[in-house]
Every structure is written in structure tokens, then in C-alpha cells.
Design a protein around this ligand. Structure first.
Ligand code: ARG
Ligand code: ZN
Length: 886
């Protein structure tokens, strides 16, 4: 509880109140407590004297009373680890005091000019929030609450201000000085320092402020907007990285064009800067006119980046660009509305990537991510609605739920109204709320009004957590099929009672008897239980349901194996085809892992999966990109989810054994086909979609061969590695080798390191491949790698490349004796004082203990308790660990 709200004791005795101090717990912030800020800040002037170890910031805020808020004489300016050097109001010494980390100025009148001087040390900023040093340059990360680490300010997204910035610093250290908006002036001081002035004409919240100072070079190419305005586009990197920036720059141009074509959004400044930095907590940041990116999502060339890396660069560049409208022009009223910008922007970047590289494959990938990352969130102790109701540390809510489920929720609106009406809805939203700090409710209302749909019941998707389960049963009635659907929304922390939600499902009724495909239609399940009459196409009806994954739900049904095989081979919706194969594999693997398969079922299930794989390998109508998707078995994380239903707990060891067993069975039964595919794909070197598809199936085939015949796979992998002229093949070969024992493993790992030791992003891959490997000694390898001279806890990419990769290695992490859990808990404790945001991201892996079998669950819980007992935790880690133990 917050000090300010501690109730006074009944007799008002302060001694008594002090006698029972509450333990140090960060306060809970609640959505329902929102109040507008009492002051407006129409303009902000910032003056930076830049230095790596000491930067002086002079901030001048023009403030005036907010007529829409309750009046207050006090102006509360947020701070975090700041000390004010001076505070003046209208040029005279001010009346002010500190309230914890915040600074409170008392203002006598209606409008004032408040000037505050602070001094900060960017080189000591290991949290990488606020202004920090990275590789000799200075950069900022302000979302969500980093600006208050630079200067005292109303650091909340509903306070919009127009910024004018002056930066000054050493011309040798910082030849390039960048900020938001347009550069209005620059000059030399004649003493080795220089300066630049920047002005951003668009009012913005403080979280969108950014500054960069460093020795950088740009890859530049102008973009001409739909109305004919020329925009200077720059991708800024260190000189040695310049040759790897074309893909990012081209991706930016494609994004700008696509947003004009598909959402009618034109860029609104004459300059668009992207800067790559190697120390970054997240992927990238959409600061107005000055995006700051993790190098991982900028740099790419075929020698150092995989095809998947190229796609990720394109996707993240697009995401940040699209934020210019969904996030910047219209921002969030408060952080509970985060999905307003993130869910919508993820949907926009997904649709963009679908258009760039094919709808089906992208959709399958996105659903795989949702199931592996978001479903476990929704079923665990950290479950929250896409619009949360409370938090202690907002950084903990940059989650797959807010981002990816948030995108799915908006995608459902789009599916229900169709593309054109959805566009009318988003047009109205952009029009109605331009320049505002809006809410999720504003977005829903705009879609309702613009697209002409009633979303009253649909709003529950914003308030209820948990992945709905839909049970399906069917009966033939005359010449129709009666489909009965029943939905349940599971209980989640703090939400014991759930109401039914509208669940849009694209369905088709095929006929297995006739081999005929039925027509697709959209049905919307709104009640707890509801029946639908669908036309029959012929005998042996097979229902294809949730085609294209129209709703983020779990479908539960007992479909006959022949029906799934039929769908896997013949469904006209490629997503449904891959889904049928997944369903076959999931029920087989979960059945095997839980020992619940009847005699004969084991062999029959395996045979059906092998048969389906054989058909996809032989199906000439498939391209390799899609074939590859059909060859990916469900992830172990998703299998845990399915296995842990009702009272049944997930058994990671049994799931791993079952899954590896199935891989080996496929690899053995289809040895000839897989060898032929590997050989065929290795002969293709085209740098076009065919080449990409070939590279994808090549390594998947190699992985299946490895499960069946390790010696042969080691030989093939070494040859693939040696012949590779691109990172996709090289990394794929090394990945398979890492799981095997033998001289090829050591030789190729050493070669890879020697070849790329100067490229941090590729050295990250080297760490990851070893941390993710199937090798029995993976824990010992990770321990050794943590001592490697290239390892450091200070660089988030490096921490993720080793420790986060390991926490996502089901075999190593869930080692039965708990050594994996202990190692991850040690990482959390060591990292928390350095970079709490990144440390807290390791907690969910341990937090899943309740759904795991009792032996491991006790070990996982024990580690969480050990972290809690260590005390002195950051707000970030405290919140995640305490919620995981509740
Ligand atoms: N808004 C950024 C994005 O594009 C994410 C920034 C999150 N930063 C943070 N410190 N939590 O998704
Ligand atoms: Zn975003």
C-alpha cells in the first residue's frame, strides 16, 4: 500500500502505525483511478550539455492550468534517481520540495514558466532507460517511464507538449546530433564542441522523446509520399555496419507505401531517422521521427543474417513506422491502454508482412508464436486482460497478451465486418482522435460507428483474461449438419467469473466420402452454448473450423484420425491444413506423454502422422515455404499447455521424450524422402522465394534425419555447413550439429566463432545455438559460456542469446533435478540490480510451476521463494515473483 493512502489507526496514535511497518512493496496502480493532469504543458524547451559521464539538462516547461482537471496549486513532476540543481519559476527561485522521487513545485498563478536543471551520468545507466551510453554513443529509451530519468516532468502519456531541443557536445565524440522532428539550426563553438537545434512540430508525450549523439553514418534514400512530399529517410549505424543497412531502408520504403495504400496514412515530417544501437532492452522504439532500434532489427546481409532475420527486420521496421499513426499521432491516455497502440500496430505489421511474403505462411507463424508465448501467459499466474486493470511496474506489461492477443482481438473485429468496413472504422478512428491521447474504448467506439457493428458484448475481450475453449459436437439432420458449440472462459487470477464472448469462426463442411469441399462461412458464437445449421456437401462430413484462426481460442473436439488426415491433405484453407496436422500430432504426443493411449493407438497415430508427412513431401502443388510449415511439429511449450488441462499436469520430460521419439520415427520411416529433399534443396541456391523455401525445408529435413540417424546427420550437416554461402544454411547446419556429439560439432562451432568473432549479432547466434541445443550436456555448456570473455550481463542481446535461449530450451531448463531452474534463478538475482526490466523477463518461465508435475513444480516454486527471500528486489522482479507465488 502507498504511504499516502495508509489509513490512520483508530485512536490516531502515530506510534502504533509506525510499530507495524508494511514490508517494502511497490504500490499498485489502478486503471479506475485515472485523473487528468491538473496542468497543461504546451511547450517544452530542453537544453543538453552532452557528456558520456556527465550530461547537464536544462528543461523549461511552459505550464498552464488544465481547465478539464481539478485545480491544484502544486505541479508534480516525476523523477527517478534525479537531483535538481536548481528550480526557478518565471526566472525567480521557486518554492519546491521532493516527494519521494518526484519534485513538487508550488505555483501561484494560472500560467508559468518552470525551469529545472539536472545532471545525469549516462555511462552509469545500466538499466538502459532514460539517457545512456552505448558503444561510445549516447541514446535514449523513454517508453514507458524513462523520461523521468532525464529530467523532472509530468511523465505520463496524456500530457502532450511541443518540444524544442538544443544539444551541444564534443564534435569528435559526437559528430552526429539527432533529435525528434526537424533540425532547425546547427553550428560550431570553436572550442571543439558543436551544437544542433531541433524542433518537433507535433505535440507528443514524453515517452516519444529521443536524442542520439555519436559517430554514425547513414544510408539514405528519399521517399516521395502520395501527395508528392519528399521525405529524407536515413538509417544511421556505425561505419563498419553500413553495408548491412539496405534491407532496413528498403523495408522502410515498403512500409511507407503500404500504409498509404492499405490504411490511407501518409507520413507527416520531412525527415525519418532510424538509429541502430547495440545495447537495447527491447526490439525498437517509435520515437517521433527518430526511431531507435536494436541492431538486431536493422542489420542484415546474407552472410550474417538468416532468412528469418531478414523477415524480422522488415516486420519491426514496419511496426515502428506504423506507430507514427497508431501510437504517435494518436497516443494512449494512460498505460492501461497500451494495447490501443501495440495490439493495433502488431495487427498492422502482421497484415503488411502477409502482403509482402504470403498470407498463409505468415499466419501460421503468427499463430505458432501466439500459442507458444501468449497461451501460457493466459493460463498462468501472470494472466491479464489485453487492457489490464492494475500493475506495479508497467514494463512488465509489454507482453504477448497486450501485443499479440491484442492484435488477434482487433483482427476478429476485422473478420466480422470485412476489410472495407474495417477500413471505414479505422479511418474514423484516425480522424476522430488525431492529436489525442485516447483509450481502447475510443477505438472500439470508432469501429462501431465507422464499420457499423455493435460491439457491446465484444468489449469483454478487453476485460476478460484467459483463452476461451470451444467444444465442438456435430450431428447430421436431414441435409444439414447441426454444429453445437459450447464456450468456457477459464478462471484467471482475480477473475473467478467469466461471461461468454463473441467468437467469430470461419467454418466449412467438407465431405470425406465424396472428397468434396464445402463453402466457407463465418459464424459467431455469442452464447455459452449455441447450435448452427450448415449445408452438407456429401457423406462423411468433416468440419473445418476456425479457418485462418479467426479467433484466439482452443478448439476441443474428438475428430476421427481419418478426418484429420483428410483435412491435412485436402483442405482448401492452407491454415486449416497445417492445423489438422498439428491436431494429429498434438493428440498423439499428449496421449503418448500421459500414457493414455489404448493398445494399437500409439502405432496407428504414428502411422497417420508419417502418412501425412509423406503426402506433404510428395505434394507438388505445395511450395517449399508451405511444405516447411507442414513439417514443423507442435512446440513443447504448446504441448505443455494442452497436457495441463483439468487436473492433469504437464510432464516436460515425458513430452520431450515423446516428441523426440516421433521425430525419430518420422526420420526413420521417411529416410529416403528426407534425404532426397535435403539433396534437392541443397542444389537450389536461388535468392528468391524458391531459394528461401528450399533453405527452410533443408534444415527441417536435417533435424528429422538427426533424430533417426545421428551419424548420417552429422555428416550431412558438416557438408551443408561447408557448402553454405548464406547464414540460413550455415546456422541451420550448426544448429543440428550442436545437438549431436562428435568432432564435427566442435570443429564447426570453432570455425563459426573464428569467422564471426567481430560481429556481435553473429556471436549472439553462437551463444544461442549452444544454449538451445539438444545436447545432453547443455547445462554444463551454458555454465562455461557464461564465463566466456565475450559474455557480459550488461548487454541485453548477449544475456538473451545465452540465458533467455536456455530458459526456452525445454530439455535443459526442465532437467529433472532442477539444475536448470537454479541456473535461471541465479541469473535473475545477478541481473536484477543491473537491468531489472530484463531480469523480470526470466520470471514467467519459473512462474509456470502450478501446471507442471509435482516433482519439478516444487523445485520451480523453491527457486521463486529463494528469489523472494533475497529481498531488495526491483519493482519489476518483485511484481512478477510475488504474483507467481500467490
Ligand atoms: N513501443 C515499443 C514497441 O514498438 C516498445 C518499447 C517498450 N519499452 C519498454 N521499456 N518497455 O513495441
Ligand atoms: Zn510497438
Amino acid at each position: 500500500m502507498d504511504i499516502a493512502t495508509t489509513p490512520i489507526t483508530p485512536d490516531g496514535n502515530p506510534e502504533l502505525a509506525d510499530a507495524a511497518p508494511t514490508p517494502h512493496e511497490p504500490p499498485v496502480i489502478r486503471r479506475e483511478d485515472y485523473q487528468p493532469f491538473p496542468w497543461l504543458v504546451p511547450t517544452t524547451q530542453l537544453d543538453f550539455r552532452l557528456g558520456l559521464e556527465a550530461t547537464t539538462v536544462t528543461a523549461t516547461l511552459q505550464v498552464e492550468r488544465n481547465p478539464a482537471a481539478a485545480a491544484s496549486r502544486e505541479l508534480c513532476l516525476n523523477g527517478d534517481s534525479l537531483t535538481a540543481q536548481s528550480v526557478t519559476v518565471d526566472g525567480a527561485p521557486a518554492e519546491w520540495r521532493m516527494d519521494g522521487p518526484d519534485l513538487i513545485v508550488t505555483l501561484p498563478g494560472e500560467a508559468h514558466s518552470v525551469t529545472i536543471v539536472t545532471r545525469i551520468d549516462p555511462s552509469a545507466n545500466t538499466q538502459l532507460m532514460g539517457l545512456y551510453a552505448s558503444n561510445g554513443m549516447l541514446c535514449t529509451q523513454c517508453e514507458s517511464e524513462g523520461f523521468r530519468r532525464i529530467t523532472f516532468f509530468p511523465d505520463r502519456p496524456d500530457v502532450l507538449s511541443t518540444y524544442a531541443v538544443r544539444m551541444e557536445g564534443d564534435a569528435n565524440l559526437f559528430p552526429i546530433l539527432l533529435c525528434n522532428g526537424n533540425r532547425t539550426n546547427a553550428g560550431e563553438n570553436g572550442d571543439g564542441t558543436h551544437w544542433a537545434e531541433w524542433h518537433d512540430p507535433w505535440p507528443k508525450p514524453s515517452y516519444l522523446f529521443a536524442l542520439v549523439a555519436g559517430d554514425l553514418v547513414a544510408n539514405s534514400k528519399p521517399f516521395v509520399t502520395v501527395s508528392g512530399r519528399e521525405v529524407e529517410c536515413n538509417v544511421w549505424v556505425r561505419a563498419e555496419d553500413l553495408t548491412r543497412t539496405d534491407h532496413a531502408l528498403e523495408s522502410l520504403h515498403r512500409s511507407m507505401k503500404w500504409d498509404e495504400d492499405v490504411f490511407g496514412r501518409e507520413y507527416d515530417l520531412d525527415l525519418y531517422n532510424i538509429v541502430a544501437v547495440s545495447d537495447f532492452n527491447m526490439g525498437a522504439m517509435e520515437n517521433k521521427g527518430l526511431n531507435v532500434f536494436n541492431t538486431k532489427y536493422v542489420l542484415a546481409d546474407p552472410d550474417t543474417a538468416t532468412d528469418a532475420d531478414f523477415d524480422a527486420v522488415e516486420g519491426v521496421i514496419a511496426h515502428e513506422y506504423f506507430h507514427n499513426w497508431s501510437g504517435n499521432r494518436i497516443t494512449c491516455r494512460d498505460w492501461f491502454q497500451l494495447s490501443l497502440k501495440e495490439g493495433f500496430t502488431v495487427l498492422r505489421d502482421q497484415l503488411f508482412s502477409q502482403d509482402m511474403r504470403g498470407e498463409a505462411v505468415k499466419r501460421i507463424e503468427d499463430v505458432r508464436i501466439l500459442r507458444a508465448a501468449q497461451f501460457p501467459e493466459d493460463s498462468g499466474p501472470l494472466a491479464h486482460p489485453i487492457r489490464p486493470d492494475s500493475y506495479r511496474e508497467i514494463s512488465n506489461f509489454y507482453t504477448a497478451t497486450v501485443y499479440n492477443k491484442g492484435a488477434e482481438v482487433i483482427r476478429m473485429m476485422r473478420s466480422m465486418v470485412g476489410v472495407e468496413r474495417f477500413r471505414a472504422g479505422t479511418d474514423l478512428y484516425f480522424d476522430r482522435h488525431d492529436g489525442e491521447a485516447a483509450t481502447c474504448e475510443d477505438f472500439i467506439k470508432a469501429i462501431e460507428d465507422g464499420a457499423g457493428i455493435d460491439l457491446a458484448q465484444f468489449r469483454r475481450w478487453y476485460s476478460q483474461a484467459g483463452t476461451p475453449r470451444v467444444t465442438v459436437s456435430q450431428a447430421v439432420e436431414g441435409d444439414t449438419l447441426k454444429l453445437t458449440l459450447k464456450q468456457t472462459v477459464p478462471v484467471t487470477p482475480g477473475q473467478p467469473d467469466k461471461l461468454p464472448m463473441p467468437i467469430p469462426l470461419r467454418v466449412a463442411v467438407h465431405s470425406r466420402g465424396q472428397g468434396a469441399l464445402g463453402e466457407e462461412q463465418l459464424i459467431v458464437l455469442t452464447d455459452e452454448e449455441q447450435s448452427f445449421s450448415l449445408p452438407l456437401t456429401g457423406p462423411d462430413p468433416v468440419v473445418s473450423i476456425n479457418r485462418g484462426f479467426t479467433a484466439p481460442v482452443v478448439i476441443e473436439r474428438a475428430l476421427q484420425r481419418e478426418d484429420l488426415v483428410f483435412l491435412a491433405a485436402h483442405d482448401d484453407d492452407p491454415f486449416a491444413r497445417s492445423e489438422a496436422l498439428q491436431e494429429l500430432a498434438v493428440s498423439h504426443l499428449v496421449g503418448t506423454a500421459s500414457g493414455s493411449l489404448a493398445a494399437g493407438e500409439q502405432a496407428a497415430g504414428e502411422a497417420a502422422i508419417i502418412g501425412a508427412f509423406r503426402s506433404s513431401l510428395a505434394d507438388n502443388a505445395l511450395d517449399d515455404a508451405m511444405r516447411g510449415e507442414l513439417m514443423v511439429l507442435p512446440s513443447e511449450t504448446y504441448l505443455f499447455e494442452v497436457m495441463a488441462t483439468g487436473d492433469r499436469k504437464a510432464d516436460p520430460g515425458a513430452i520431450h521424450t515423446a516428441r523426440e521419439g516421433l521425430k525419430a520415427a518420422i526420420g526413420t520411416a521417411l529416410a529416403d524422402e528426407l534425404n532426397a529433399l535435403h539433396a534437392r534443396a541443397s542444389a537450389v541456391t536461388l535468392d528468391d522465394p524458391a531459394g528461401r523455401g528450399a533453405r527452410k525445408v533443408k534444415t527441417i529435413a536435417l533435424g528429422l534425419i538427426a533424430a533417426a540417424d545421428p551419424a548420417r546427420a552429422a555428416h550431412l550437416a558438416a557438408a551443408q555447413y561447408d557448402a553454405a554461402d548464406n547464414m540460413t544454411d550455415r546456422q541451420g547446419a550448426l544448429m543440428v550439429l550442436c545437438g549431436l556429439d562428435g568432432p564435427e560439432r566442435e570443429a564447426k562451432l570453432a570455425d563459426f566463432y573464428a569467422r564471426y568473432r567481430d560481429n556481435a549479432l553473429v556471436v549472439d547466434k553462437w551463444f544461442t545455438l549452444q544454449a538451445l541445443s539438444l545436447h545432453p550436456d547443455v547445462i554444463a555448456h551454458v555454465r562455461q559460456l557464461a564465463e566466456h570473455p565475450d559474455f557480459t550481463m550488461k548487454n541485453p542481446n548477449r544475456v538473451r542469446s545465452l540465458h533467455m535461449a536456455f530458459a526456452g530450451n525445454p530439455k535443459g531448463f526442465h532437467k529433472a533435478d532442477g539444475e536448470g531452474y537454479r541456473m535461471v534463478a541465479d541469473v535473475i538475482l545477478a541481473l536484477d540490480p543491473i537491468n531489472p526490466q530484463t531480469a523480470a523477463r526470466f520470471v514467467p518461465a519459473l512462474g509456470r510451476w502450478r501446471r507442471i508435475e509435482p516433482g519439478r513444480a516444487a523445485l520451480m516454486k523453491g527457486e521463486l521463494e529463494r528469489i523472494m527471500a533475497a529481498g531488495n528486489l526491483s519493482r519489476d522482479t518483485f511484481e512478477q515473483v510475488s504474483r507467481s507465488l500467490e
